[in-house]
Ligand binder design. Structure first.
Ligand code: SF4
Ligand code: SF4
Length: 500
């Protein structure tokens, strides 16, 4: 392995290779003085102009718009259900998403959504590299927004660099206070929007300002305000480089056919400053203006090749294209490209994009399969569920006249937003007598009213004359039938007993 002169490895290897000679104490001390971690140097990205910057603005406005506005969108579900389009209703154990209502026992839909999101991300990464990181990740979006505020208050890159080096004056204090106050307001709005996804937004906002909202709302808002302010205002690129596991994982999804932001060194090198009217003969097109570095939010130089830090935001493409236009050279010295094309071009061969690869086919197949199962499940989901729990203790009761009685708890789940009436019948045991506790005994079959979007539990006794000697267990089938639309739900259980 190579090591730079003066590096830790260099000093260590020198010492160990000369065991019989005197140890180079100075080199070892120098090595000891070096730190494994360098303190962060603030990055002040310059504003880029161009196609990808416009896409990033559009992504920022769209994503933030959706995030902030969604809790205020209403969706009529009738008088018995909340009218908030997207709501995680913990007290009533429901998740509402427009026309979809997920009950706790249907949590597999959430699992399905998470699988779809993960596989979708794998697919997009295999095709287009880290576009998620560069354009859609919340950390990127909020950092971009915070940098936009910083730019608005303190000016573009050079002004910000100068301001940071200036001594503290009233003007500098005003700018810093304005910037941090705006950041804190955005961070509060971010935390504020989050809590509205868990309560009725118009009600919660009123309660919030008169200090009548639940304590959890204040705690979560404070948490999200703090994390947004810290992560987007201060940690920024360090979140992507050191905290997020995705840069490490995504390497497994990227291959030689994935699109990535690349510097075409075959065209750019040898680089160097260029004067107007000077010939381009014998040199590359990179004029070493470092505009690609100045706009990079990660503070890296794309000309150094693939780097873990690169979030593929493509701003360096915009910057370099601007430079190429100014010096009358074709755009695309930095561009989206694949590893294969890059090698083919360097070898003077024809380039081609290979979209149909095995991994793409596999990810697509999983996406289609999971989404088909989910759509099928949603279209065929029941609006009625029947659950029966048989008493375990005692297993059965022998009455004074010798009859045997079993007790059950019958639970009927009405997923409709209207009240429904169900008849309850039992089959499988002849001469069985069914009695519902709290219901008139002369009603046959008994009718059970269940409120909209609710579960009703009813205690049921089934009584049978004692059968043959010894223990017995008979299968029984309970059926709940909506007396209005005749939808039914059936559940199997057993009737147990014994005759001494
Ligand atoms: S912006 Fe383009 S020309 Fe300027 S240094 Fe970067 S790659 Fe070279
Ligand atoms: S190198 Fe280019 S694509 Fe990568 S993070 Fe920097 S500006 Fe974005």
């Amino acid at each position: 392995m190579n090591s730079k002169p003066g590096s830790v490895m260099d000093a260590t290897s020198t010492a160990s290779n000369n065991m019989v000679e005197a140890v180079d104490v100075e080199a070892v001390n120098r090595a000891d003085d070096r730190h494994l971690f360098e303190s962060r140097k603030a990055i002040h990205p310059k504003l880029a102009h161009g196609f990808f910057r416009r896409i990033k603005w559009a992504a920022l406005v769209t994503m933030l718009g959706i995030y902030y506005i969604l809790p205020w969108v209403r969706w009529d579900r009738g008088p018995s259900a909340p009218n908030q389009a997207v709501l995680v209703d913990f007290p009533h154990q429901r998740f509402y998403f427009f026309f979809i209502e997920i009950w706790p026992q249907e949590v597999y839909y959430i699992t399905g959504l998470l699988i779809l999101a993960a596989v979708g991300l794998f697919l997009v990464t295999s095709l287009f590299g880290r576009v998620w990181c560069g354009f859609a990740c919340p950390q990127t979006i909020w950092t971009d927004l915070f940098i936009a505020v910083e730019r608005l208050v303190e000016g573009d890159r050079n002004k910000r660099l100068r301001l940071d080096q200036q001594p503290w004056t009233m003007g500098k204090v005003i700018k810093k206070v304005t910037k941090h106050s705006t950041w804190i307001l955005i961070a509060m709005a971010t935390g504020g929007a989050w809590i509205f996804y868990f309560h009725d937004a118009p009600t919660l906002i009123k309660q919030f300002f008169v200090l009548e909202a639940p304590l959890t709302a204040y705690i979560f808002m404070a948490l999200l305000t703090g994390t947004t302010y810290l992560l987007a205002g201060f940690a920024r690129e360090q979140v992507c480089t050191f905290m997020c596991p995705w840069p490490r994982i995504q390497a497994a999804m990227i291959d030689e056919d994935s699109l990535n932001v690349m510097y075409r060194d075959d065209r750019g090198e040898p680089r160097g400053p260029h004067k107007k009217n000077e010939s381009w003969e014998g040199r590359g097109h990179c004029i070493d203006c470092k505009q690609c570095v100045a706009v990079c939010p990660m503070g890296i130089d794309i000309r150094d090749g693939d780097q873990l830090e690169c979030i593929q935001c493509a701003l360096c493409i915009d910057a370099c294209n601007g430079v190429m236009t100014k010096i009358d050279l074709p755009k695309g010295l930095i561009a989206y490209d694949t590893g294969k094309n890059f090698a083919a071009r360097a070898a003077g061969q024809k380039q081609k994009y290979n979209l149909l690869r095995l991994r793409i086919a596999m990810y697509t197949a999983v996406l289609i399969l999971v989404s088909s199962i989910m759509v099928f499940g949603l279209l065929n989901r029941t609006i009625l569920e029947l659950n029966i729990q048989r008493d375990r203790n005692p297993l059965y009761v022998t009455l004074s006249d010798g009859q045997v009685r079993n007790g059950y708890t019958v639970k009927i789940l009405n997923k409709k937003s209207t009240e429904r009436v169900f008849s309850l019948t039992v089959k499988g045991v002849k001469a069985a007598r069914m009695r519902l506790i709290g219901f008139p005994e002369d009603q046959s079959p008994p009718l059970i009213t269940v409120k909209p979007d609710s579960l009703r539990a009813v205690r049921v006794f089934i009584t049978l004359p004692a059968l043959e000697p010894g223990a017995f267990s008979l299968p029984v089938t309970f059926t709940a039938t909506d007396i209005g639309d005749r939808t039914t739900a059936q559940t199997e259980n057993v009737f147990v007993g014994g005759k001494p």
